[in-house]
Design a protein around this ligand. Structure first.
Ligand code: PLP
Length: 395
């Protein structure tokens, strides 16, 4: 075993190697057949055009010439950006949020690391609801915690009795991600309330139990006006989100944490997170992008672009015989694979030059994730391969 890097990191690299292998296989296929002849549904990289308000804000921010605009800012971020985000969050969540409750972060990913590090003691358990964003395991373990995975039900909704059974004296937090990557499920208002009620029954002043809502897809919803949230029903709820999907600017790393006033010990939590933003090395979201966000904090890309992609992909998948819960949000379809071994089926798809990610990578074997944040042409040209692989299994 190589001694060059830490043992834990080597083990993590091994665990994550199936993603790298997929990536490598895709790279080889693209080299052999050309980019246009490989249908890559494996990456979750938002591809809608950013809204006009973003480009206008970009220009306005670039035209500003005051001293100190490009220096370090307070660790919480610029005040005017926090105020703009607070106004937006108040409207979006229907919850009074003050600028002082907002910390700007390097994307939701940076925010999740800051939050988990702020609350986890060594060995604390953090519950994730499978299928889930695979990076959570790394974030939790980097914070010294242990991940406890609980499966959702057949429609990828929280299974409240299963969560109840997983709660222990060591449970410190539960991460909820709705709309969900990878399932596309939007947790219902009833499930949110039931979860809040369950957690309230376990939360104690000497053993606080946090609900961490990782919400970067909150506004990427289809056929719905509003995404339900447990934040009104459970006091110790922390919100984490970003502009990666709303503005389709994932590369710009603009995110935020909100610790609402209802959270007990709000002040000390904000203080810890403010320090961690710096000591984890992020310092904060890039200064220029903060000044852009201050001008367009409530803008949204054209979500109907994703809805059209979803419809094209999902209608065809169902027609081909795939079993599928229609995604109500986010950027992914998560059909059942027609054979129990999801990795073997993803290999079959590779023969059709279609790239997908096996469900086991998200804690749910027997499924696969297909991203629809791709060009419509990729979907149109990839569909025959998805059909042929299904036909091959049925033969
Ligand atoms: C569920 C989930 N959380 C967090 C992130 C990180 O997003 P950001 O770009 O805001 O860091 C992603 C990115 O795809 C995600 O899918």
């Amino acid at each position: 075993m190589s001694q060059a890097v830490a043992r834990k990191v080597l083990a993590d690299m091994k665990a994550a190697s199936f993603i790298r292998e997929m990536f490598e296989k895709g790279r080889r296929l693209k080299a052999e057949y050309g980019e246009d002849n490989v249908y890559d549904f494996s990456l979750g990289n938002p591809n809608a055009t950013p809204p006009a308000a973003f480009f206008a804000a970009l220009q306005a921010a670039a035209g500003e010439h005051q001293p100190a605009l490009h220096r370090y800012m307070p660790n919480v971020g610029f005040d005017e950006t926090r105020a703009a985000v607070a106004r937006f969050v108040s409207r979006e969540y229907r919850l009074e949020v003050d600028a002082a409750a907002v910390i700007l972060t390097t994307g939701a990913a940076g925010g999740m690391n800051v939050v988990l590090r702020a609350i986890c003691n060594p060995g604390d358990e953090v519950i994730t609801l499978a299928p889930f964003f695979p990076e959570y395991r790394f974030y939790i373990e980097q914070a010294g915690g242990t991940m406890v995975m609980v499966q959702t039900d057949g429609e990828f909704q929280p299974d409240i009795p299963a969560i109840a059974a997983a709660l222990t004296e060591r449970t410190r937090a539960i991460i909820v991600n709705t709309p969900n990557n990878p399932s596309g499920a939007v947790y219902t208002a009833e499930k949110c309330r039931a979860l809040a009620e369950l957690l309230a029954g376990h939360d104690r002043p000497d053993r606080p139990l946090y609900l961490v809502c990782d919400d970067p897809y909150r506004r990427v919803i289809f056929d719905l006006d509003w995404c339900p949230t447990p934040v009104h029903d459970y006091a110790r709820t922390i919100l984490v989100s970003s502009y990666s999907k709303d503005l389709s600017i994932a590369g710009e790393r603009a995110g935020y944490i909100v610790v609402p006033a209802a959270v007990p010990d709000q002040g000390v939590l904000l203080g810890a997170m403010t320090m961690l933003n710096r000591t984890l090395g992020f310092v904060n979201a890039p200064a220029f992008m903060q000044r852009v966000i201050a001008r367009c904090a409530d803008a949204l890309c054209d979500v109907s672009f994703y809805r059209q992609n979803r419809d094209l992909l999902c209608n065809a998948l169902r027609e081909f015989g795939y079993e599928l819960n229609l995604p109500r949000g986010a950027l992914y379809a998560f059909p059942r694979t027609p054979m129990a071994d999801d990795t073997a089926f993803v290999d079959l798809l590779l023969k059709q030059r279609v790239l997908a990610v096996p469900g086991r990578g998200f804690g749910r074997p027997g499924y696969m994730r297909l991203s629809f944040c791709v060009d419509r042409r990729t979907i149109e040209r990839g569909l025959p391969g998805l059909k042929a692989a299904m036909a091959e299994v049925r033969r």
